[in-house]
Write a protein of this length. Structure first.
Length: 260
């Protein structure tokens, strides 16, 4: 009997931990987060849907919206998307030429992703920002997505170890005590987590919807704040299913320069 109990407990532990570190993330990664005067103004952007730390991909259908906000002006970029592969799954890429100083907020509103295992749709409305030619205007501008993270810290020129802050909004209102999942974009799986708990960092917003995070490693970090809406999406069988709206923001951190 003792042996049976031990095996059963081990099985439960394995099943319990299997759910750890399985966060979905919408992804927008530009080839650079800053473009200085005299630099090549042409950007390459990659859009995907995946588990960033574990580098496991999911197919991403063509988004409903893809655009850029700069100086309060939105530009529709949906028709610039070209299909590609990321982590062996369907993804998208685009090219964009920066033309004036300021901050460019690239955003995507994806087609709903059906997650049969959870009996709901996943909709990760995702942003990233690129600073151009020394301009400082617009890094805290809101796109107006249903689910959105608005930076409170300028989201470029951050060193690893800097604290980044943002406010989580859903339907235009700050979300108190929202859970924010944080993952590192881990190319070629070079970073190994000590165990599954380390894959996804988890923090909560305060009563004003504000969260803080100190990135320990240089590279791209994704922040995803989740909110659920009941019966939000019409399913293929005609019924309405719940949707998980993720407000996702990608921020790049840089290693502190070594002393000469």
């Amino acid at each position: 009997m003792k042996r049976y109990v031990t095996v059963s407990l081990c099985a439960l532990l394995v099943l319990g931990l299997a759910g750890v570190g399985r966060a979905h993330f919408g992804v927008i990664l530009p080839d650079r987060s800053m473009v200085a005067q005299g630099d090549n103004p042409n950007l390459e952007l990659t859009l995907a849907f995946c588990h960033p730390f574990e580098q496991n991909g999911m197919d991403m259908a063509k988004p409903k919206q893809f655009g850029v906000l700069c100086r309060k002006e939105k530009t529709d970029l949906l028709e610039t998307l070209q299909e590609t592969k990321v982590l062996d799954k369907q993804a998208w890429k685009a090219a964009y030429t920066l033309k004036k100083p300021g901050f460019y907020t690239f955003y995507v509103d994806p087609a709903p992703y059906w997650e049969a295992a959870e009996n709901k749709y996943i909709i990760h409305q995702t942003k990233t920002l690129v600073a151009a030619f020394g301009g400082e205007e617009g890094w805290d501008a809101e796109v107006g997505l249903k689910a959105e993270i608005v930076p409170l810290t300028r989201p470029v020129a951050l060193y690893a170890g800097n604290v980044f802050q943002g406010v989580v909004k859903f339907k235009g209102k700050a979300v108190a005590h929202a859970e924010v999942e944080v993952e590192y974009w881990n190319p070629e799986k070079k970073v190994k987590a000590p165990n599954d708990y380390f894959v996804t960092q988890v923090i909560k917003t305060d009563k004003n919807g504000v969260f803080s995070f100190g990135a320990p490693q240089a590279g791209w970090w994704g922040f995803s704040a989740l909110n659920e809406e009941k019966q939000a999406v019409k399913h293929t069988d005609g019924t309405k299913k719940d949707a998980e709206y993720g407000a996702v923001l990608w921020v790049q951190f840089t290693a502190w320069p070594a002393p000469k």
